[in-house]
Ligand binder design. Structure first.
Ligand SMILES: [Fe+2]
Length: 360
């Protein structure tokens, strides 16, 4: 299990109103008269959902909500999930979707192609910790400073041709030739430029990095942070989980005996060859208030690195990216995090011992 249990409130915290206003105005640029669809499920407390609806209405928008049943298997299985036709019909009408349940789905991609914007306050899933996480990582942090920092880190990824991740004595390398960095800062709207930044974004900010083409990634990495796999738990190994890769394929699982066996058994039972592909994304966390909790805020822990495995085809379509490279396809997407690796881009250290060196 992840290391820290955040607070689950039994009543509305007044600070949540401020953070939701921040999300709908600063992050999403919601305008009076627009139609907002809030998609949720029973994982998220009702008062949290009500605040999104109420603040949207107070801004002059029309806001409705639909509560879906829990997706089987959680976030890992999002690429292969199916959703009700009633939800798809409502989504087709929306200018802005506040998604606290679905994540990756074809109807979300269809909406984006028609001009719908999508903001995911809990990184595409619901959670009982949503209120604590958003207040701590957005209201009590300078999200605009995090956004600008994420832009600088993304620019370093764009410029780099080679990435090294050092964990202990092991080295893991990825060829970044012709790969573009992405800020992953959670903003649909860039207030500095007065322009739209992305049609789809996930919160809290930020996790700048790259989407990795199929077949890249060699060496060994020691995972001491989170493992997100089956069914929806975020587990932290008691001792590092040792993953070895060859040309973008997971070839050996060792280290922590419990998690190594669990992961090997799960992957073996899936019968999905694409699940072994990775890393499909590499991201550096840069939120000073993100913690290793059961919320996916763990991907933003300052100075950590998170890599995705399995499917990338859906995420790239959601982001509206025309990819020049072949991308991994799978029915699952799973992730692993290293807490304080040394990360080197083209010979320059960009992160080490929980610090990020990217002020230029
Ligand atoms: Fe991922």
């Amino acid at each position: 299990m992840a290391a820290i249990t955040p607070d689950i409130s039994s009543r509305l915290r007044p600070e949540l109103i401020s953070v939701v206003r921040l999300i709908l105005v600063d992050v999403s640029n919601l305008q009076p008269g627009e139609k907002v669809l809030i998609i949720t499920d029973s994982r998220t407390p009702d008062h949290v959902v009500a605040v999104f609806q109420g603040v949207a209405q107070s801004l002059g928008a029309e806001a409705v909500r639909i509560e879906c049943r829990l997706p089987k298997g959680g976030a890992t299985y999002q690429p292969g999930s199916s959703w009700p036709s009633m939800l798809k019909a409502a989504a087709a009408e929306a200018n802005l979707i506040v998604d606290m349940a679905v994540g990756y789905a074809d109807f979300i991609i269809d909406g984006i192609s028609r001009g719908t914007r999508v903001i995911c306050p809990g990184d595409g899933i619901g959670s009982p910790f949503m209120e604590d996480t958003l207040i701590r990582t957005m209201l009590h942090a300078d999200i605009h400073a995090i956004r600008r920092h994420a832009d600088r880190i993304a620019a370093r990824f764009t410029a780099a041709k080679h990435c090294e991740i050092h964990t202990g004595k092991d080295v893991f390398t990825v060829d970044l030739t012709d790969v573009e960095g992405a800020a992953g800062d959670g903003f649909l709207w860039d207030a500095d430029k007065g322009a739209w930044k992305s049609p789809w974004a996930f919160l809290p900010p930020a996790q700048p990095g790259v989407l990795v083409p199929l077949g890249r990634g060699d060496g060994t990495v020691n995972v001491d942070g989170t493992l997100l796999y089956h069914p929806d738990y975020h587990e932290k190994p008691d001792s590092p989980l040792r993953l070895t890769f060859k040309r973008g394929r997971l070839t050996a699982i060792g280290g922590d005996p419990y998690l190594a066996a669990r992961l090997e058994n799960w992957l073996g039972a899936l019968g999905d060859d694409g699940a072994y592909n990775g890393p499909v994304h590499i991201n550096i966390g840069n939120n000073p208030n993100a913690l290793l909790t059961q919320s996916q805020e763990w991907e933003r822990v300052y100075g950590s690195i998170t890599c995705g495995m399995g499917d990338l085809s859906m995420l790239s379509r959601i982001l509206g990216k025309e990819m020049r490279h072949a991308l991994s396809r799978s029915s699952v997407h799973w992730d692993w995090t290293v807490l304080q690796p040394k990360i080197i881009l083209d010979g320059r250290v960009i992160a080490e011992k929980g610090r990020i060196f990217c002020d230029d």
